[in-house]
Design a binder for this molecule. Structure first.
Ligand SMILES: Cc1cc2nc3c(=O)[nH]c(=O)nc-3n(C[C@H](O)[C@H](O)[C@H](O)COP(=O)(O)O)c2cc1C
Length: 183
């Protein structure tokens, strides 16, 4: 299946981006075709209703990656009990045509124990875009982020965190498959 992952941090070494890269690794291991859009590496201009930014390279690639995706993963750091500004801005550029009836997995990293506020907000945005929220979500908080610090290898991921990530990714891929077959 075609999976698009959007890393929504504006930080080079973000733990949410490293977690998203691990999700990519797991999906590719299962034989899926993954496109990875890193909003730090490929910044998107501020959305303005007055200017559609047609032809902007990073914006067009972002839209194309979402358009062709059968399943979508959105990753964000938790900022002030919400999602990052860069991810919100990117999502403001697209509408229901890009998300309708597609499985979407929300992923977040927080300083606190659970990234529940940003994940709840992200799922509300997905619902508004007519995507289908995966019943599971992925949150790393506090010390769990050590598994995704700079230089950490896949073998360094704490077994409990790894077990949960694998279970959630598997449930997201199952939902994507079910929704893809029905269309
Ligand atoms: C501007 C800002 C706001 C933050 N707000 C919260 C917050 O509301 N709740 C929380 O648990 N952590 C908060 N944090 C901590 C980040 O969520 C934490 O550092 C997280 O790991 C960032 O993810 P990243 O590694 O993907 O950048 C905030 C950090 C920054 C810089």
């Amino acid at each position: 299946m075609k999976i698009t992952i959007v890393a929504g941090s504006n930080q080079k070494l973000a733990t949410s981006t490293k977690l998203a890269q691990y999700v990519q690794h797991l999906a590719e291991q299962e034989g899926h075709q993954v496109k990875f859009v890193d909003l730090y590496q490929s910044p998107i201009p501020f959305y303005s209703p007055d200017d559609a930014h047609g032809g902007h390279e990073a914006l067009e690639s972002f839209k194309q990656a979402l358009h062709e995706a059968e399943g979508i993963v959105l990753a964000t750091p938790e900022y002030h009990s919400g999602i990052s500004g860069v991810l919100k801005n990117a999502l403001d550029h697209v509408g229901q045509d890009y998300f309708k009836n597609k499985a979407v997995l929300s992923v977040s990293s927080a300083g606190g124990a659970i990234a529940v506020s940003s994940l709840t907000q992200l799922q509300a945005i997905v619902r508004n875009l007519h995507g289908i929220n995966c019943p599971e979500w992925l949150s790393i908080g506090g010390d769990q982020r050590n598994s995704f610090q700079t230089g950490a290898a896949h073998s360094d991921i704490h077994p409990d965190v790894d077990k949960r990530v694998r279970r959630v990714v598997s449930s997201f891929l199952d939902l994507t498959k079910q929704l893809t077959v029905k269309q």
